[in-house]
Write a protein that binds this ligand. Sequence first.
Ligand SMILES: Cc1cc2nc3c(=O)[nH]c(=O)nc-3n(C[C@H](O)[C@H](O)[C@H](O)COP(=O)(O)OP(=O)(O)OC[C@H]3O[C@@H](n4cnc5c(N)ncnc54)[C@H](O)[C@@H]3O)c2cc1C
Length: 402
Amino acid sequence: MKLFCLAGPFIWSLASASLSPSPSTTGSSISTPSGNVQITKNEQCACRKLTQSFGRSVILPGQKNYTQQIVDDYWDIRAVLSPACYPGSNNIDDGVLVALSGLDSYQVHNDTIDVGPGLTWYDVYKALAPYRRAAIGGRLKTIGVPGLALIGGFHYFNNKYGYAMDNVVSYDVVLGNGTQVVASNVSHPDLFWALKGGANNYGIVTKFTLNTFDLPQITTSIQVFNETYFPSFFEAMCHSASVDEKDPIAAGMIATVAYNATTKVASASLLGVQEGVSNPPSQFANFTKIPATRRINNVTTLSQWAETLDSPKQMFRTGWANAQDDLRVEAWARQLTEHLHSINREKGLASEFIYMGDDGEWQDPYAGFPYENVQRMRDIRAAYDPKGIFSTLNWGGFKLGL
Ligand SMILES: Cc1cc2nc3c(=O)[nH]c(=O)nc-3n(C[C@H](O)[C@H](O)[C@H](O)COP(=O)(O)OP(=O)(O)OC[C@H]3O[C@@H](n4cnc5c(N)ncnc54)[C@H](O)[C@@H]3O)c2cc1C
């Protein structure tokens, strides 16, 4: 496990859980095996304690890996906090960031896999590939296991296998009082229920046990259509929502309509994935009937497919260059979302459910949960975290509220 002590301009990282002799601490500087580091008063207490406990594992500002850890480990360039950045994301100024990238081991069993929170879904798919099995997780290469296993988890195959969190058999959790429990159907079942959607409101999950499925091969389909065929494209999309209700074949898609402001050309595209080796994939037959400008079908494995779907870390702020425009872009996104939502409401088409993985910082995913469920989740939180460690001291992520 890594612990980052994010302290104002300083970031400390405990690079592994291995304990080593305590460094000495004096005045406003901390003496470590790699030299003295000055700290300011806000961060003195927590950082001093962490340094005393974890000693040699502490990575300090200016040391090897320090910059790399900060730059490489975030999706969103805005999450690398500096005084100009937003509060409330999964990072913090003047506080401690617990980074779990060192908990990256796994163990494959007959029909489950134990996974550390430091792994990505691609790591999981790769680990299972030799056994011709797969888990239900993220669609792109770089998505982490914990988020999806705690908040939902959209995969191409949700129609047959459920969400990523539906396939968590147990969570090993470190609670706010420092004890560790296993939450499953038979052990702390209330906590097990609450963690599915509970995100980081209850503790730190150090191990996930996940169901795996016999999924040796998949078929993928990439199809692109010009504007003339948009009506057929939308029809095919609507139809695909109802093709497989009785005896589902696992299949899902990402359907996109895009407008290129430079070329002034609009196009629609399908990125479809289906279990098995049916080629062209049967579940996308309604798309395959439409004349396409590009059509590529391929039989592959989930891990090979995920490998091709890389996304750069620090991917956000790609449409605008300057940090000072972040707020303007966020305000625009918010207004557009609210405008479209109000149109849908007027037409009676709106759903108040907001997927936590795609929530804006200004949105509240729990407002879309059934009220009685949120109340029950709060009661369970009161039982497992009576001091509110994960509500009041851990600011990142979406909170259940009072
Ligand atoms: C490029 C991209 C592609 C995406 N694709 C998909 C997709 O295919 N399917 C999908 O469902 N979503 C997708 N998402 C959204 C995704 O659900 C969220 O980004 C999610 O937060 C990712 O989880 P993570 O573990 O990587 O993130 P993190 O930000 O690390 O974690 C998410 C939340 O869980 C908490 N948390 C993390 N680790 C632990 C732990 N060990 N114990 C307790 N709490 C913990 C964090 O504090 C945070 O609140 C995508 C996002 C991006 C940027």
